[in-house]
Write a protein that binds this ligand. Structure first.
Ligand code: HEC
Length: 187
């Protein structure tokens, strides 16, 4: 076989995998943004009108169905995780924990967000993560010296809560998007 034919065959064989990864990376960023925007909008709407205690109730009830709706649309599992958790359902596995620890040290060393991680596995599945940084607004429910009624409401819903004591600029957690081993579904 002529060398250029071999090269073309090689390109043809590798191109679909590469473009599928680009596609999943783009869609992951999109899904993470949608989840972030929808959660903030929901949070802000309730915080502004009814205050933090009501907003905790809303987060408690709404966070998981919002993530489920965005997952169904994206064709991937879209959620959040963290090293110090409020909802134990968001626990990271060992690999996600490693990525979170890396994000944490990068932020501490002065890296500028977005901090991202994308990996594909031999079975064709893929994982995307992007850092969620603590902002001033988050401290009402994730900071230090939380108001007593807010702390009580958190304790009622999340008796094992570890997600307080953060300062603005700290890593709060990450969006995590899991792609199944199958091909990217059509848009
Ligand atoms: C009104 C209180 C409140 C505010 C303000 C708030 N959160 Fe939360 N946060 C919660 C509650 C309640 C949960 C648990 C939701 C659930 O059950 O899934 C949570 C969960 C999370 C999680 C998922 C990981 C975990 O620990 O379970 C992340 C990440 C997070 N919050 C980030 C933020 C960020 C970033 C901000 C600021 C932009 C913020 N939160 C503001 C109440 C709040």
């Amino acid at each position: 076989m002529k060398p250029y034919l071999l090269l073309m065959l090689l390109l043809l064989a590798t191109a679909p995998a590469a473009s599928q990864d680009d596609e999943r990376l783009t869609r992951s960023r999109d899904a993470a943004m949608q989840l972030g925007q929808k959660l903030s909008a929901t949070l802000l709407a309730t915080l502004g009108t009814d205050g933090p205690v009501a907003a905790i109730e809303v987060c408690n009830v709404e966070a998981s169905p919002i993530a489920a709706r965005i997952s169904a649309r994206a064709g991937a599992s879209v959620g959040r995780t963290a090293l110090r958790l409020r909802n134990p359902d968001n626990a990271p596995d060992a690999d996600a924990r490693t990525v979170l620890t890396t994000f944490e040290s990068e932020l501490a060393a002065g890296a500028t967000p977005p901090l991202e991680h994308f990996e594909t596995r031999p079975d064709g599945s893929a994982r995307y993560m992007s850092a969620i940084v603590t902002q001033g607004l988050c401290l009402t429910c994730h900071g230090s010296g939380i108001a007593a009624e807010v702390a009580d409401t958190i304790a009622d819903h999340y008796p094992a809560d570890q997600a307080t004591g953060f300062a603005a600029g700290d890593l709060r957690g990450a969006f995590i998007i899991e792609w199944p081993a199958s091909d990217v579904p059509p848009r």
